[in-house]
Design a protein around this ligand. Structure first.
Ligand code: ZN
Length: 253
């Protein structure tokens, strides 16, 4: 970022005495500058249709267990900065790591993100591929629940972790809101209080057969928040607008 800023400013000012593209070792400085963010310790928990890793990181060791899913629709990357910044922001909250175990699934649809498509590499909407009672078989939904490898990975992660709260980042064309399924009403209200995202109940926008929310919230009875950023929002702005609310629901207060 600094190098980029320097690059942009280099025609205006002498940029702190070194060429922005000069490698740090040549300047006689340690490669790891103090301001570098901590490297997130990712573990691969499965693979996509095209062989991309689905990666999980764990933060803290508290009894409250929260799963953050950075995205499931590949053309909705508005939550990507939130996913990247969350570990450091979480760790910086006093008492957070002792109160909460935060599990982050970086991206539930890495092929979609790479190809900028809603569905996975087979064109299946992974958010319609879960074994909820409202599952509908179809070309874009899968022939059967969990017939897509990415859906199975997240399914197995949730059953293994049994989180107290799941939060999934999405984006919605022309609107932004916090949606919930299962017993997540109080968490949705808390999110709304700490942001300008209104609460919108699932029956108020679109039918979502076989969605992750339907399965987690209604079949398993676990609280799940579906965070709908305004489609097209700069992910940096999205994070700034929801940082306090995300941390509040992770901590549950
Ligand atoms: Zn979505």
């Amino acid at each position: 970022m600094r190098a980029l800023s320097c690059l942009l400013l280099s025609s205006l000012v002498a940029c702190v005495g070194f060429h922005p593209l000069e490698p740090s070792w040549r300047r006689g400085r340690p490669v790891e500058a103090a301001a570098q963010p901590a490297v997130t310790p990712w573990t691969t928990v499965g693979y996509s249709v095209e062989g991309r890793p689905l990666r999980v990181s764990r933060h803290g060791s508290g009894p409250r267990r929260v799963l953050w899913v950075g995205g499931i629709h590949g053309d909705e990357r508005e939550g990507s900065v939130a996913t990247a910044e969350l570990p450091a922001a979480f760790a910086a909250v006093p008492g957070a790591t002792a109160a909460v175990t935060l599990i982050i699934l970086e991206d539930a649809n890495p092929d979609g993100s790479a190809n900028r498509t809603r569905g996975n590499a087979r064109g299946v909407d992974l958010n319609r591929n879960y074994p909820a009672s409202n599952f509908l078989a179809g070309k874009n939904y899968g022939d059967a629940p969990l017939d897509q490898p990415e859906a199975r990975v997240l399914h197995d992660l949730i059953l293994a972790e049994r989180p107290d709260l799941v939060i999934v980042a999405h984006a919605w064309r022309g609107d932004y809101f916090i949606n919930f399924d299962g017993p997540a009403g109080p968490m949705a209200e808390l999110f709304a209080q700490r942001s300008n995202f209104p609460v919108k109940a699932s029956d108020k926008f679109a039918p979502t057969p076989g969605s992750l929310g339907s399965w987690v919230g209604r079949t398993l009875g676990l609280p799940i928040l579906t965070l709908e950023y305004l489609r097209g929002t700069d992910p940096e702005i999205g994070w700034a607008n929801t940082r306090a609310a995300i941390l509040a629901v992770i901590l549950g207060r």
